[in-house]
Design a protein around this ligand. Sequence first.
Ligand code: BEZ
Length: 230
Amino acid sequence: MSLNLGSLAPDFVQSSTAGLIELHRWAGGSWVLLFSHPKDFTPVCTTELGYVAKLKGEFEKRNAKVLALSVDDVASHTAWVKDIEETQGARVTFPILADVDRKVSTLYGMIHPQANDTLTVRSVFIIDPNRKIRATLTYPASSGRNFDEILRLLDSLQLTDSHQVATPANWKHGDEVVIVPSLTDVRVLHEKFPKGYRAVKPYLRLTPDPSVKAPEAPNPSRFREDVAGG
Ligand code: BEZ
């Protein structure tokens, strides 16, 4: 089964370092980052898990839960987590699936036989609170992923959901965003984008990031008090 963007993320029950995980129930109302690792005690994976552990607060801010996967067992994962803490200076507190029977790896197409028959490649699935797959990435075992990019992607997906905008090349939080071409009603445009927009071309309209609040105007009554008291 190929998992396309918009597909329902298949549910599963699998062992992990945090006990049995039933994906849909575990996800609750959160976004999920599900990502696979070829093997425990390998150098690139060790740096990746350490880096993601350091981003714990960033994922929490975005209402996203992190779920790693490797095809080794829980005892191996637990020993590896100690090594990760020692070498990367960060404690892995998110669960690592112990996909010894390749149940989840097979369900999610994480094993690419022409790359390796038994180990997973570096797959990423971003799943939204409605359990839909919203983004995927596939990297070879030899290339560590850029988790800052994964956070940026999550920001873009969440902004699209909340404000009907798209994000241009290399966009990051705070940069101008693109108004989707399907929005054409001028009244709606003014309601939705009170900061205004500029039309570079009729199909390329840019507006300030709507998730960035304008700085608060000074409170005039407070100002008068300061003057009177000062
Ligand atoms: C690594 O994580 O370092 C790795 C794993 C499998 C193949 C190559 C590198």
